[in-house]
Write a protein that binds this ligand. Sequence first.
Ligand SMILES: [Zn+2]
Length: 194
Amino acid sequence: MISAIVFFIAGFLLGHLMPRVPFMVLCRTSGFNKGFPPHPEPIPLTPRLTQRVLHMRWFHRLGTYTTVLPLLFGYLSILGGQSTFGYGLFLAGGWTLLSRAQALLGGSPVACTLEMAQRLQLVMNIADSEDACCPHPQPQWWTETVRCESCSKKLENMLRPDLGRPRKDGFFRGWLRLWLSDGHPMVLPDDGKN
Ligand SMILES: [Zn+2]
């Protein structure tokens, strides 16, 4: 009985982690993060940052496709006799798939969106134009807003999601945080004051 529970939990954990590997592991390498300041420092707005937002969006998508793996392995395990392990895998994969599908139907959006990249681009365009906030605008993305480094003006109210940089809170705590948040920002949006 106990071994069945252990197998079920192991299957469930594995099935839950598999779709999250692309965005939790693949993008954390130092080579992929060259040119970005270390987490959690603000990131200057550059085409590279816009590209990163789009990359992260792609990693999340890839994760959704990867959900096929726990479903498939779960099914094979059930057929092959290791049914509790298989049920765990199957259940976790199905759960992930449903939560992602709900986002497509207008629920909570994925952490990095196309709209986010477009808004960053817009801020960069304004900084390059005559409407810039100051003579030497340096827009940077802080945890809660985009601000100009030179004049401190708030340029855009946008929470910064996880952008794939190695986290300062270490491997395990960082992992746990990412697992719980799915890359979404873990601060509450401010109410438009200041
Ligand atoms: Zn400025």
